[in-house]
Design a protein around this ligand. Structure first.
Ligand SMILES: Cc1cc2nc3c(=O)[nH]c(=O)nc-3n(C[C@H](O)[C@H](O)[C@H](O)COP(=O)(O)O)c2cc1C
Length: 178
């Protein structure tokens, strides 16, 4: 089995992280390799925020707790305490940027796993930045004007990993039409 396939099969979402910060060398690898993925019409209109500031991360979790009853989708998604939040933002008027950001985010999760760094996608977080309280956190993050957060994920060295079952080809999820 080649390394990429093994990496894909072995990666699992992680919700419990060690407190120690991610080493700068590991972080640079994740950013360099991860962002090299394909992006629509190669305009690369995105921006990466690496949030390691405990105070701001805490503010974001507080916004999540406050808003979880007001925004129906977010109550289903657990915020995950992590030493690092990765936020990919994109130009609001670029119609492909969200798809590209999702793809890059997935590849960063895979690269991270190679270095023993777990991750978890936090789907509801971008919505939080649309609330007044969320905007005030966003204002402290220097995201370029005209860009908005599209993907948010928690990253950190893995503390515990819970196995999840992956659908197999026998589960009737593939239809091959020749
Ligand atoms: C688009 C997307 C959004 C997700 N959002 C959340 C989330 O908000 N909170 C969370 O705990 N997990 C989230 N996850 C992680 C999934 O729950 C997880 O991928 C799924 O349970 C399968 O587990 P695995 O990643 O270990 O294979 C998300 C995953 C994806 C792909």
């Amino acid at each position: 089995m080649n390394n990429i396939l093994r990496n894909v099969l072995m990666r699992r979402s992680v919700s419990q992280f060690e407190e120690r910060p991610i080493r700068d060398e590991d972080l640079m690898e994740i950013l360099e390799e991860g962002k090299a993925l394909s992006n629509a019409v190669n305009n690369q209109e995105w921006h990466f925020t690496i949030l390691q500031n405990r105070k701001l991360i805490k503010q974001l979790y507080d916004v999540h707790t406050e808003q979880s009853s007001a925004i129906p989708d977010i109550k289903d998604f657990l915020p995950i305490e992590a030493p690092l939040l990765l936020i990919i933002s994109g130009r609001k008027d670029n119609k492909f940027v969200e798809d590209a950001a999702n793809m890059v985010f997935g590849s960063m999760m895979l690269v991270a796993d190679k270095y023993g760094i777990g991750s978890c996608w936090l789907a509801a977080m971008p919505k939080l930045f649309e609330t007044e309280a969320g905007k005030s956190v966003l204002d402290q993050m220097s995201v370029p004007r005209g860009y908005s957060p599209l993907c948010v994920g928690a990253f950190g060295y893995k503390k515990t990993v819970v196995a999840t079952s992956v659908l197999s080809m026998e589960d009737n999820i593939v239809n091959i039409i020749k």
